[in-house]
Design a protein around this ligand. Structure first.
Ligand SMILES: Cc1ncc(COP(=O)(O)O)c(C=O)c1O
Length: 366
């Protein structure tokens, strides 16, 4: 089928590759979703058919990630970026301060929004070494009275990830921006006050943000917030206070079914580890031609960042790899070099093709 044969290897950092079977299902359902005679784009969000879609997506998310009723699951809009503001608005009482661990561009962006709205503190940072690592527990200075402790589990731009969550002081809720590694591996959701992320990297198309919030924290939500920014209202309305991003939620639902059918998150992690190992081995075995940005113990399974001996070679690599059907490898301007994003739906063959290309490129230019 043309849809599969014409596809490139998509290493985009996001929006990113989706499973072919999901895209084919979207295609098959497009004119007539489940006998309704219409597509999900055309149906009322108050219809029984859409209730089944959003309810099914929530149930599958709970099953996949082991989310109990202690947490509410919200499907919101505004991306991870809106969560940067909603968090302090909802969970930081007047006069209280929130702690932020800075491990890259996005954690700084989260802090910046929180600072606009009230007291915030840097609880640790790896900015001194260009965000090439995750700070150790000993480097963190945590406020035992903080409204919450915020961290970014995977740093999309720098290619680092936390190998285990930081331990927050007793009574301080742990809040995680998991935009670029949500559901890429098992996580103990019970440990989190809030876990959030846009769908557009590991879970579906852009337009919907998953927010998993511990229900007892909803008691903190101040009255008088604008409706769309109010976690409690969104939870009470089961994400249907207004028209939700229905089509994006439907596609996320299909991706969740694909993840369940793939064997669940332990198997997804195994595959992601295998892909990342292939690529890191190619970098480490290149005699210094390719150099990883992240320190070895902080390396991300999702975003692999690396440099070449010169910027000219990096430009040539991007141009030639794109021509060879390896798309989206140009690194973010703040790190430079190359970045290969290896999200859940990227097949192992794509990494094999990249590794083969890297070997060939080094032979010609090394
Ligand atoms: C870790 C992380 N947080 C937040 C964001 C911002 O997300 P959004 O574009 O959904 O607002 C991104 C985007 O790439 C990200 O990688």
């Amino acid at each position: 089928m043309p849809v599969t044969t014409q596809r490139i290897h998509n290493f985009s950092a996001g929006p990113a590759v989706l499973p072919v079977t999901v895209l084919e299902k979207v295609q098959a359902d497009l004119l007539d979703h489940a006998g309704t005679g219409m597509s999900v784009m055309e149906m009322s969000h108050r219809s029984a058919a859409f209730e089944a879609i959003i309810g099914g997506a929530e149930a599958d998310l709970r099953a996949l990630a082991g989310i109990t009723d202690d947490h509410a699951v919200l499907f919101l809009q505004g991306g991870g970026t809106l969560q940067f503001a909603m968090l302090p608005m909802n969970l930081r009482a007047a006069g209280a301060s929130a702690d932020y661990v800075l491990t890259g561009h996005w954690s700084k962006a989260a802090l910046k929004e929180a600072e606009k709205l009230g007291p915030s503190r840097v609880a640790g940072s790896s900015e001194g070494t260009k965000f090439d690592r995750i700070p150790s527990a000993a480097e963190l200075s945590l406020d035992p009275k903080a409204a919450y402790l915020h961290f970014t589990s995977n740093n999309t731009i720098y290619g680092t990830e936390w190998k285990g969550e930081p331990s927050a002081p007793a009574g301080v809720p742990l809040v995680c921006d998991a935009s670029s590694d949500i559901l890429s591996r098992p996580a103990d959701v019970a440990k989190y006050g809030v876990l959030y992320g846009g769908a557009q990297k590991n879970l579906g198309p852009a337009g919907v943000t998953i927010v998993i919030v511990r229900r007892d924290l909803l008691a903190r939500v101040p009255s008088g917030l604008p409706a769309m920014l109010d976690y409690r209202l969104q939870a009470e309305s089961r994400s249907l206070y207004n028209t939700p991003p229905a089509f994006a939620i439907y596609v996320v639902g299909l991706v969740l079914k694909w993840l369940l059918a793939s064997g669940g998150l332990a198997e997804v992690l195994r595959r992601n580890q295998e892909k990342a190992e292939l690529l890191y081995r190619a970098i480490d075995g290149s005699g210094g031609f390719y150099r990883g940005h992240a320190q070895a113990d902080s390396r991300s399974l999702m975003n692999v960042t690396f440099r070449l001996p010169s910027e000219d070679l990096e430009k040539a690599f991007v141009k030639q790899s794109t021509a060879a059907g390896l798309d989206g490898l140009k690194g973010h301007r703040s790190v430079g070099g190359l970045r290969a994003s290896l999200y859940n739906a990227l097949p192992r063959e794509a990494v094999e093709a990249l590794v083969a290309f890297m070997g060939e490129f080094r032979r010609k230019n090394g």
